[in-house]
Ligand binder design. Structure first.
Ligand SMILES: [Zn+2]
Length: 326
């Protein structure tokens, strides 16, 4: 029996309704599975996807760039080699679809357990790991809403009812099988409103960001092929003068200066933290009480002890630990 328990003050502090929004990029999936998925398959980043998926083995593929964003984007805009582009899309979909989550708890299991139903995790990632983590913990706790900003191999959608869920499960309104979502590939000038599923995801994200108290950007590089994404988030976050209480958190291995430069449109004054490791983050040290703990510490001047997730616990030990924080 493990003696670790959540702290008493965090169990009892349970009142804030304002959401905490977590935005995930490819760096988060890599951090969740640093040694690959259950079968050792690597979670690619944009600058090693070409190599990992062996795209340069395809006939007619002759790009000098190593960055998938640049390659795909120029292929798309030149409109010359459509068959090559379709072949790449097929390989990418198939690669991500077969990824499996490791058997032991990962950062994604810890992340979904660390937020509550009022909160949101919005991911740019195509891989199924976040959904798989949600499914194996969701029967024990109320978990945050998930949004898929570029589509996802595990998610399906019913266009008629605007309902999404696990791919190939029936729609809970019309009972038709949920259709796979289209993956949104790296092209400039993305039109998020043109696709029913994506526009529903982005509308929900913007709605939640408007009332958010904290936003965490985890492993998201804000690529230049996706200026529109940043604009939409910034539009919802609004004027920094109206965000004097709120906090931005960044979990990323890049330099602090680079990260501050990227995210300064979201940051009021000194209201941000940067961590290179998820387990040093505010989320991992105040699970299921992220907003309350921040408010108490920085606005009520009540100093709070950390209440870190025990990262080496089995699932049953984790669930027992989290039980008083429900
Ligand atoms: Zn339906």
């Amino acid at each position: 029996m493990n003696e670790k328990r959540p702290t008493k003050e965090e169990i009892e502090e349970f009142m804030m309704r304002k959401p905490h929004i977590v935005i995930l990029g490819a760096g988060a999936s890599r951090a969740a599975c640093p040694n690959g998925d259950k079968n050792g398959e690597i979670l690619p980043l944009m600058n090693d996807l070409v190599e990992i998926l062996e795209l340069n083995q395809i006939n007619n593929f002759n790009s000098k760039s190593k960055n998938f964003e640049n390659i795909y984007s120029s292929l798309y805009h030149s409109n010359e080699n459509k068959n090559l582009r379709l072949k790449i899309e097929e390989i990418v979909y198939n690669y991500f679809e077969k990824l499996e989550i490791p058997d032991q708890p990962t950062i994604y299991d810890h992340l979904v357990l660390s937020l509550r139903k009022k909160d949101v995790i919005a991911t740019f990632n195509w891989d199924p790991l976040l959904v798989l983590a949600y499914r194996r913990n969701g029967h024990k706790f109320e978990l945050p809403n998930l949004l898929f900003l570029h589509g996802n191999v595990e998610v399906g959608y019913c266009e008629n009812d605007n309902i999404s869920g696990i791919k190939k499960f029936p729609c809970n309104k019309c009972s038709k099988i949920l259709e796979p979502t289209t993956l949104l590939y790296p092209i400039t000038n993305k039109n998020y409103a043109s696709n029913g599923f994506l526009s529903s995801q982005w509308n929900s994200l913007q709605y939640k960001i408007r009332s958010a108290f904290m936003i965490t950007f985890f492993g998201y590089s804000a690529p230049r092929t996706d200026v529109r994404a940043i604009d939409l988030m910034k539009l919802a976050w609004g004027d920094l003068e109206q965000r004097k209480m709120e906090q931005i958190e960044i979990i990323d291995i890049k330099s602090d200066d680079d990260l501050h430069e990227t995210w300064k449109p979201f940051i009021f004054s000194h209201h941000f933290e940067i961590h290179s490791n998820f387990y040093d983050s505010w989320i991992a040290n105040h699970p299921r009480r992220t907003v309350e703990a921040y408010y108490d510490q920085y606005w009520m001047a009540k100093f709070i002890d950390n209440n870190p997730i025990p990262k080496d616990f089995s699932f049953q030990e984790l669930w027992d630990w989290f039980e008083p924080l429900k």
